[in-house]
Design a protein around this ligand. Sequence first.
Ligand SMILES: Nc1nc2c(ncn2[C@@H]2O[C@H](COP(=O)(O)OP(=O)(O)O)[C@@H](O)[C@H]2O)c(=O)[nH]1
Ligand SMILES: [Mg+2]
Length: 241
Amino acid sequence: MKTIIIIPTYNEKDNIEKMINTVISMPDYIEVLIVDDNSPDGTAQIVESLMSENKRIHLLKRDKKEGLGPAYIAGFSHAFTMNPKYVVEMDCDFSHPPLTVIKFVERMEAENLDLLIGSRYSDGISIVNWPMKRLILSYYANKYTRFVLGSKINDLTGGFKCFRVSVLEKMKFNKILSAGYSFQIEINNAFEKNKKLVKEEPIIFYERRFGASKMSGNIIFEALFRVLRLKFRNQKQYFNN
Ligand SMILES: Nc1nc2c(ncn2[C@@H]2O[C@H](COP(=O)(O)OP(=O)(O)O)[C@@H](O)[C@H]2O)c(=O)[nH]1
Ligand SMILES: [Mg+2]
């Protein structure tokens, strides 16, 4: 049940070493792939120095910052060459409790899931330390998206999730329109509308303590319009067969 946690990074020097050490302290079937977009703060160099001591640490270096979507797509394709059973999306900032990955894999196995989404909105709202404005924006963006797309998912925008590789591999990544925040929405919706087995696992989300968020209000508003476009898009085109 080899599982690769894919972590996109941009200027995460304050978090990266602790994050990698946390991941490699987990069971051996869990490996980590850092996808760095040439962070000016030297994040990739820190990864390189840690890699020389442990084979479960991998690094994909990219030339420039292009947003989360392209970083994940490059990371997925790179991870597939290592033949994992599952891949996980996770931030580098400890917002997503890393040990939950073990729970993800247990549920993927036990329930034969295709996608398991770490959810901040399944048990009421489980977010620690967000300004009220951001909380309200995110909460209602999710309600709106869920309504427009007719989705059963409570947390459509979160970035902590586990995919079954045999299913994700069949996705046509070149059909994905979104580079920013709506990347998560687009993939979740494509899975759901193509009858893949999607569930949520409640998580407690902690706002980052070190480094800066790359999120902006603009990205959220872009996502609101993208949702309308996705609603009228043929969802079959996202998957081979
Ligand atoms: N490779 C790459 N990573 C990014 C980019 N933008 C953000 N990240 C990383 O993606 C994760 C999520 O971004 P973050 O700033 O935490 O956004 P937030 O969680 O929405 O506040 C973090 O690990 C960032 O370092 C990007 O353009 N390229
Ligand atoms: Mg984050």
